[in-house]
Ligand binder design. Structure first.
Ligand SMILES: *[C@@H]1O[C@H](CO)[C@@H](O)[C@H](O)[C@H]1NC(C)=O
Ligand SMILES: *[C@@H]1O[C@H](CO)[C@@H](O)[C@H](O)[C@H]1NC(C)=O
Ligand SMILES: *[C@@H]1O[C@H](CO)[C@@H](O)[C@H](O)[C@H]1NC(C)=O
Ligand SMILES: *[C@@H]1O[C@H](CO)[C@@H](O)[C@H](O)[C@H]1NC(C)=O
Ligand SMILES: *[C@@H]1O[C@H](CO)[C@@H](O)[C@H](O)[C@H]1NC(C)=O
Ligand SMILES: *[C@@H]1O[C@H](CO)[C@@H](O)[C@H](O)[C@H]1NC(C)=O
Ligand SMILES: *[C@@H]1O[C@H](CO)[C@@H](O)[C@H](O)[C@H]1NC(C)=O
Ligand SMILES: *[C@@H]1O[C@H](CO)[C@@H](O)[C@H](O)[C@H]1NC(C)=O
Length: 753
């Protein structure tokens, strides 16, 4: 069904070059103009104070607008009696101080919905007191560039973020056609002699002129690529008669001119003879959304994890996310774990299943631990269930008395875990012994109010790990999934707990104890030492300085000379060597060698810190390269990256649609490493070379002279650059490897054909 609609849309694009009226609707459909919703539209909003006839501010001739004051995560939502499958886009006028809104198109018939569209991805200049007229092109959704696709669409929702949203909105209309002005969006140098030109609409490519150091360079060949899932933009690869070299490159296209200073070349060599195997499990994510997601991104391992699985009751299918959501029981979000593993395996991914390892799991789908009727004095209550509180007094301390666990939970133990695991139709490759239980007295304060110490955590890992291996003898045990740098070295009890354990930091102690345990039983229980890693530097400002910091902070994963640009760099809080340089992978490999050799190393949660920003995608490219280069054994991104977003594209770059980065990591030697601003990763498989270059500079291309890289045909993928976040691929011929260019903020993948 999808494939057909895509074909239709492409055909239409060719037929009506400048007007993209791919959809069948012939007239616009009004949703709101004045005083009330248009006929046929119903108010399905929630937890929002809405005035449908606000006269304090309105747009154009209309005498009123809709004013909306939504509490956290509440929404203005409207539903049509009928469906609107055939429109080209959505137009609306909005005023407000850049309200934090996410817009989605939904189908109430089958619960499907569009990708999330952040208002900020349409415009970052929405202001109070004055309307901005905005358009969502259903063929080019803001943020992802994806298509809405056909569906039984009947609902539109403008949902506020965690701090609510206040705004006026007017003249909301589904438009039947969108006129696309032909435009050259970007023209960038790529590889040795290719200019990549991104366009929308019917541009004329014949008079694109390229000049290098003042001399015209002829275009000898042209190839065009239209990504099926982001067809609104096109990329044209223009092959030049002579290769790039240091100097001034200028490309004029239509009435636009794109100019670059091509830099001095940097020397690097790739040495496949110095190699090790890259464990395919480094390319994992938490909770992939579908089988096609797994295949499109090449996901190798899928984790069932996070705060909500601690309370997972597999017999009833209930869970409770603890302090992530008002300690409320609910039906498990992803279907039962057994069924989930069934489709995940069917799509070609292995699985990492988390086993609850506290003494309780959710007893039903409705109970909660802190009812207002029992604890009236709480800091906040669920906006969707005013009786469920967050378990904190208004001053932020835990409410007392501690509720009885039985109010929301039913007992759980390793016998029940064995019953569950032994009856699974689909068996996990790996099991994690719960999730971040070192902080359970915070995340699950109602279930386990006492701080978890070294001894209890070790005992739980041994008890539940042993139970798992008794019923699933081949399963690999992954533990203890510690949340962060702080808790790698101590417990929730604090440094008195270190002191009570010979002043040995937690994870080294844990490894040594597991080694002693496994020696006493004569067989290995702990297969992977598992941690969660979140960059500690604060990049939330997301300005130029924060983006540069985010991009260089990947050095914390490997570089023993990189003092962390966070609190860790000044106050490391541990007894480890060189404690201000995280050097994560080398450090943990050394700790494993010292304390329990042979244990594998996994990172079952990590994040780029900016899933919707291009820099988050470039960080992910760098990190996936680092995992392979430095020999991590398994990793799963937290949480589920959007398939079409920057992080999803990083997975696509290495693994998309069955075209993979090599499995044998090749040594890379760089004359000028500059890890703050660039990365180069290489591998081989079946005698074919693949390499990835990530350029983390926001505005300057980089160029390499790559020794030991054969000339010939290469399959090339890239994303980022001046075209914005988009996926592009083609096949090129490398005639020379002494000047290979990668444009600014771009990641490029080359695979020898
Ligand atoms: C629309 O729904 C919201 C949220 O439930 C409610 O507050 C508002 O009064 C409704 N407006 C109308 C006109 O029905
Ligand atoms: C929005 O509603 C909240 C209460 O839910 C109120 O405190 C706030 O003042 C309102 N904001 C505006 C701009 O009316
Ligand atoms: C494109 O531009 C060239 C050169 O200016 C011109 O000869 C040609 O007719 C144009 N093609 C179209 C389809 O407009
Ligand atoms: C590139 O342009 C700059 C500024 O116009 C000029 O100074 C420089 O000489 C040019 N470089 C080359 C190699 O032509
Ligand atoms: C450039 O061309 C586009 C498309 O033809 C046109 O809309 C725009 O006005 C032109 N810009 C200038 C500066 O001439
Ligand atoms: C990997 O290293 C081994 C040992 O040096 C060597 O025999 C093998 O040929 C190398 N593999 C590749 C692809 O070069
Ligand atoms: C916080 O408020 C509670 C309830 O009013 C009180 O018992 C407690 O002492 C307060 N804690 C602090 C640190 O002020
Ligand atoms: C788990 O609980 C069940 C039911 O109370 C009990 O029969 C079993 O012995 C318990 N198992 C363990 C390991 O405590």
């Amino acid at each position: 069904m999808f494939a057909t609609s895509r074909l239709l849309r492409l055909a239409t694009l060719v037929a009506f070059a400048t007007i993209r009226a791919a959809r069948a609707a012939t007239e616009d459909l009004s949703i709101y103009t004045d005083n009330n919703l248009a006929q046929g539209w119903e108010n399905w909003s929630w937890s929002s104070d809405i005035n449908f006839a606000a006269t304090d501010l309105f747009s154009g001739a209309s005498g009123s607008s809709l004013s909306v004051n939504s509490t956290q995560y509440a929404a203005l939502s409207v539903k049509l009696e009928g469906t609107f499958p055939d429109y080209a886009g959505l137009r609306f006028d909005i005023a407000g101080a850049q309200p934090d809104l996410t817009i989605v198109v939904q189908s109430t018939a089958d619960n499907s919905q569009s990708p999330n569209i952040a208002l900020s991805s349409i415009s970052k200049t929405v202001v109070d007191g004055q309307f901005s007229s905005l358009l969502i092109d259903f063929n080019d959704l803001p943020g992802s560039g994806a298509q809405l696709g056909t569906g039984t669409w009947d609902r539109l929702t403008f949902q506020a973020g965690g701090n609510g949203a206040f705004y006026h909105i007017d003249n909301i209309v589904l438009v039947s056609e969108i006129v696309v002005t032909p435009q050259f969006l970007s023209a960038e140098p790529l590889s040795n002699d290719v200019v990549a030109v991104t366009t929308v609409g019917a541009v004329n490519l014949t008079d694109v002129q390229v000049s290098l150091n003042g001399k015209n360079v002829k275009v000898t060949d042209r190839a065009t690529y239209n990504p099926v899932d982001t067809p609104a933009k096109t990329i044209n690869y223009l092959k030049l008669a002579s290769p790039f070299t240091t100097g001034n490159l200028s490309i004029s296209a239509g009435n636009a001119t794109f100019s670059y200073t091509l830099p001095t070349v940097q020397y690097a060599s790739i040495v496949p003879q110095v190699n090790h195997t890259i464990d395919p499990h480094v390319y994992g994510v938490n909770f992939p959304t579908s089988a096609s997601y797994i295949q499109h991104l090449g996901v190798t391992i899928s984790r069932w994890g996070g705060n909500a699985v601690t309370a997972y009751n597999p017999f009833g299918g209930f869970t409770n996310a603890g302090n992530d959501w008002y300690f409320e029981n609910r039906v498990i979000d992803n279907g039962q774990a057994d069924d989930w593993m069934g489709w995940v395996h069917g799509a070609g991914s292995d699985s990492l299943l988390t086993i609850p390892a506290l003494d309780w799991v959710s007893k039903d789908s409705t109970s909660y631990s802190y009812p207002k009727s029992v604890y009236p004095d709480q800091q906040s209550f669920d906006p969707y269930n005013g009786d469920a509180g967050n378990g904190l007094f208004p001053n932020g301390s835990y409410v007392t008395p501690v509720p009885a666990q039985t109010s929301a939970y039913t007992p759980w133990n390793s016998t029940l875990a064995k019953t569950w695991l032994s009856n699974l139709a689909n068996k996990p490759l790996m099991v994690a012994i719960d999730n971040e239980i070192e902080i359970t007295s915070n995340t699950h304060q109602d279930m386990h109010p006492d701080p978890m110490g070294y001894d209890e955590e070790l005992a739980r890992v041994i008890e539940f790990g042993t139970a798992a291996k008794e019923v699933l003898p081949d399963v690999l045990v992954v533990a203890p999934s510690t949340c962060s740098w702080w808790y790698y070295w101590t417990s929730s009890i604090g440094y008195t707990d270190n002191a009570a354990h010979d002043n040995i930091d937690f994870l080294p102690w844990f490894l040594a104890k597991m080694k002693a345990h496994d020696q006493s039983t004569g067989k290995r229980l702990l297969d992977y030492l598992d941690i969660h890693y979140y960059f500690q530097a604060d990049t939330s400002a997301n300005d130029a300085a924060a983006k540069a910091l985010r991009l260089r902070a990947t050095r914390s994963l490997w570089d023993t000379s990189y003092v962390d640009e966070s609190w860790v760099g000044s106050n490391p809080q541990n007894h480890q060597w060189n404690p201000t340089a995280i050097s994560l992978v080398p450090r943990f490999k050394t700790l494993i060698d010292i304390n329990y050799p042979g244990t594998k190393f996994s990172i079952s949660e990590w994040s780029s810190t900016a899933d919707t920003d291009i820099t988050g995608g470039l960080v992910t490219v760098d990190v996936l390269g680092i995992w392979g280069k430095y020999g991590v054994d398994s990793s799963t991104y937290w949480a589920t990256p959007d398939e079409m977003g920057p992080v999803g594209l990083a997975y696509w770059l290495y693994r998309g649609y069955g075209t993979f980065f090599g499995s044998s990591s090749a040594q890379v030697n760089m004359a000028t490493p500059n890890p703050d601003t660039q990365g180069l990763y290489a591998a081989t498989e079946n005698g074919k070379l693949s390499f990835v270059i990530v350029n983390k500079n926001p505005d300057t291309p980089i160029a390499f002279d790559l020794a030991n890289v054969p000339t010939g045909q290469y399959f090339v993928r890239h994303f980022g650059g001046e075209a914005g976040v988009a996926k592009w691929q083609t096949t090129i011929t490398l005639k020379a490897t002494n000047y290979i260019v990668v444009p600014a903020y771009t990641a490029a993948f080359f695979l020898q054909k």
